[in-house]
Design a protein around this ligand. Sequence first.
Ligand SMILES: [Zn+2]
Length: 423
Amino acid sequence: MVDITDSINVQAISEGVSSARLARDLAYLAALGARDDGGVARLALDTSDIQARRWLTEQASTLGATASVDAIGNVFLDLPGREPALAPVVTGSHLDSQPTGGRYDGALGVVAGLEALRAIRDTGVTLRRSLSLVSWTNEEGARFAPGTSGSAVFCGVRGIDETRAIRDTDGLTLGSALDECLATLEADGIARRPLGTPMHAFIELHIEQGPILEAAGAPVGVVEGIQGVSWFEVTVTGSANHAGTTPRAMRRDALEGACALATSLREIARDEADCVRFTIGKFAVSPGSVNTIPDQVTFTIDLRHPKAATLESLATSFQRLAEQSWAGCEAMLTPLSRIAPVEFPASLTALLSDTAEDLGLKAPRLMSGAFHDAIHLAGHCPTAMVFVPCRGGLSHHPNENVELNDAVSGTRLLAASLARLCA
Ligand SMILES: [Zn+2]
C-alpha cells in the first residue's frame, strides 16, 4: 500500500524546515480573528476565516504550487510531481477555530504542511507523486454544527445539500456563507476542483489537545487511531410528592435512583488500563422544586474507547443496569449516537515511527482522544496523524500554547514522511 523508499534524503528535507517561517505564519494567522485575551475567534466562513483562506492561496505562487477550491470550500495547494497522473500525497488540517479558541488547533497543521512543502521544494528535488496541502472547511462545528463539514462532504460521508442547509444561531445557512467565500476566491482567480479526488495517503499534523506527550517529554507523537464515541441519554422516573410528608418507605425519588445508577454505571466502566473515558456532562432534575421529591431525572453519558468491541460490551452492560430498579424507580437508557473508532494502517504509522527514529526524534505512539478531519479521510485513503504536545494539554482555550521547537520537530517529521510517501 505504502512504500518506504530510501532514495529520499530525509535529513536534508528535515533541515530545510525553517522555524522563522513557521513562527511568522503562525503569528500572521493568530492575528486573523485575534481576541483581546491572546486567543483566536476565527469561526468557519466568517470574514477572518475567508481572509485566512485567501492568505493560504497567496502562498501558492512563491511555492510553485497551484491553488484551488472545491464546492464545500476546502482549499488545496498542489505541488506537481514527476508523474502527475498518480494520486497525490496530501497533508493539512483546518483554519477555523472555536469562539474562545487558541492559535494552534488546526492552524498548526496547515502551517506545518505549508512549511513541509517549502522544505521539500527547497531541496530542488521533484518527487514522483504530487504533494498537496489542504485546509478543510468548518472542522470545529462551533458556528455550524456538526463540524468536520469539509472533510465529510469531500469523502462522501455527508451530502453537500444537507451540509449547505445547516444554520448558525443568526439563522444564516452554511451555504450562503460558503457562497460568499467561494465568490471571493473566484474573484481572486482561484480555480474550482472536484470533490472526492483520489489520494495516495493523507497525513494530518495536529496539536495533541491532551497531556500525554508533554508528560513523556516527547516533541512529537505518532497517532495510531481515533477512539470511538457513544452517547446515551438516561431517564429515571419516580413519583413526585411532598418533601415534608412522605416517609422514606413510600418514596420513589428519581434523584436517589439516578445517583445510584450513575455511580454503578461509572464503576462498571472503570478499567485497569485507564482507556475508557466515561463522562456524565448533563444532569437535569424535574420538577426542580426545593420542597418536591423529584419524579424525573435525565442525564447523558459520553463514552469513549479505541476498540469497537469494548464500546459494544459496555453498552450492553449499561443496558442491563438500566433494566434494574433504582430506589424503586424505573430507568431507561437510550443510545443517542455512535461514531466507530478508527485504526490507522500499520504501514503508515510504521513509516512515521521509522522516520522519527531516522531524525532522532522521540515519538511515542498514542491514540487521539478528540475527533479530527482524519476520521473521514481514513475511509478515503491510507491515513495517519502526527501530534505535537501543547502546554498542560490545554486546547479550545485562548491560553493554548505550543513550544516552537516542538512545532519545528513535528514539521520535520511531517516533511520527511511526506517526501518518502511521494518518492
Ligand atoms: Zn482541530
